[in-house]
Design a protein around this ligand. Structure first.
Ligand code: NAD
Length: 429
């Protein structure tokens, strides 16, 4: 591959292990090289199509005006409208939003849904904003990026610290500007205004299906297989509950207050009940307390990191004892850790495959909005199941054919799919 100087591929040695754009680009470069990707396509795919930065003036409740900074990045739209969440967080940077937008591009291509990739973010601490301030921030941000938004062009969704209510405000603001209700402009909406049944559980359900397929491939049984799940939010708690239902023994769970370990199994419904009452797992009597770091290194068969990025690094990868890792979170494993896990024979179902259930049902939501006809939860779950099974098989087949691990295969497959579309469409000049 011939990359020009300004596009010089990063290497494991010279990169910051925790820089999200670098971490993504290391995987991209490796896959592009193995694919012998055309140098011109390489140049196109290594750059975001569009980066928008906006200043968002918001009248605060105390009468002061504050100006927030927001971003929306469309990484690639060759396969269809850009798709990706919006996060509200003090840590948001343009670099991170761009990395996440690229990730969405590959994720949509892995599960072969007709979307490109995008991401958005606003630098703010949403926990310090009143509901009114949050609504005014959301509406002004939406108005500031309205040229990019639209069912055919750019379709946001919830991400860190945004939720169904924020999506409802985005949908309403867009609809007011366009003088008619346009439900398909965002996904992850409340069901009453066009949300999809099954969306809330979709990512955890996809993780469960990924674990099931991985165990099948490795000839391991479901029953009695021990699993540890880090993160007990939307993804982790649903994955834990569904894995328990499949017959696995969930021996450890955790949230930001710490973890709980019980070698005989934790009753997930009891843990859910505890969290519903106490908000966090702290104090849950279903096992012994452990730290989040200890959870990762437990003697289990399956590990599901479903909380944060960069938790499995060069430092602890060698201590991981699980045979299978299914990445519920985005980017839980650094590029430096990948090689160690591979050497130790750990079967990693990468994030862009394992947690793609969410975006898949977002796609179903968009389809239902455009059809104006709504599916039952059984239909949604069955179609999600079909997509996950097919995608897992596609990646596994790619891994076997090319003699690479599942992560590299997932990147190769998705880059190949995006590149194929670029070749067909050509370069508009
Ligand atoms: P969430 O906010 O519902 O839950 C996050 C969980 O992680 C909570 O239990 C929280 O207590 C825990 N957590 C926070 N900080 C922690 C720490 N320092 N140590 C351990 N645990 C900590 O979020 P979610 O929607 O479940 O998302 C989790 C991950 O999955 C994120 O990486 C997200 O980007 C990714 N993801 C989510 C979806 C989705 O549909 N929700 C889809 C794809 C990927």
């Amino acid at each position: 591959m011939h990359a020009p100087t300004q596009d010089a591929p990063s290497t494991l040695e010279n990169s910051d292990e925790e820089n999200p754009f670098e971490a993504m680009m290391q995987r991209f470069d490796m896959a592009a090289e193995l694919l012998h990707l055309d140098p011109n396509l390489y140049k196109i795919l290594r750059h975001p199509e569009k980066q928008i930065t906006v200043s968002i003036p918001v009248m605060m409740d105390n009468g002061d005006l504050e100006v927030f900074t927001g971003y929306r990045v469309l990484y690639n739209t060759s396969r269809g409208p850009a798709k990706g969440g919006i996060r509200y967080d003090l840590q948001v940077t343009l670099d991170e939003v761009t990395a996440l937008a690229a990730w969405m591009t590959w994720k949509c291509a892995v599960v072969d849904i007709p979307f490109g990739g995008a991401k958005g973010g606003v630098i703010c601490d949403p926990f310090k904003l009143s509901k009114g301030e949050l609504e005014r921030l959301t509406r002004r941000y939406t108005a500031s990026i309205i040229e990019t938004l639209g069912p055919e062009s750019d379709v946001p969704a919830p991400d860190v610290n945004t939720n169904e209510q924020v999506m409802a405000w985005i949908m309403d603001t867009y609809s007011m500007h366009h003088r008619h209700t346009t439900t398909a402009v965002v996904t992850g909406k409340p069901i009453a205004i066009g949300g999809s049944r099954g969306r809330r559980e979709a990512t955890g359900r996809g993780v469960m299906i990924s674990v099931r397929e991985a165990l099948r491939e490795l000839g391991m049984p479901l029953h009695g297989t021990r699993v540890a799940v880090q993160g007990f939010g939307n993804v982790g708690s649903v994955a834990a509950r569904l894995l328990e239902r499949e017959g696995l023994t969930v021996v450890a769970i955790s949230d930001k207050t710490g973890g709980v370990y019980n070698p005989h199994g934790i009753y997930i419904d009891e843990a859910l009940g505890w969290v519903a009452e106490h908000r966090f797992l702290e104090g849950f009597p279903g096992g012994e307390p452990i730290t989040n770091e200890e959870l990762l290194e437990l003697d289990v068969d399956v590990l599901v990191p479903a909380a944060l990025e960069n938790v499995i690094t060069r430092k602890n990868a060698g201590n991981i004892r699980a045979r299978v890792i299914a990445e519920g979170a985005n980017g839980p494993t650094t590029a430096g850790a990948d090689a160690i896990l591979e050497e130790n024979g750990v079967f990693v179902v990468p994030d862009i495959l394992a947690n793609a259930g969410g975006v898949t049902v977002s796609y179903f939501e968009w389809v239902q909005n455009r059809e104006g006809y709504y599916w039952t939860e059984e239909v949604v779950n069955q179609r999600l199941h079909d997509v996950m099974i097919r995608s897992f098989a596609d990646v596994l087949q790619y891994a076997k054919t090319h003699g690479v691990n599942m992560r590299t295969a997932a990147y190769m497959l998705s880059i190949d799919r995006v590149a194929a579309v670029h070749r067909l469409r050509g370069v508009y000049a």
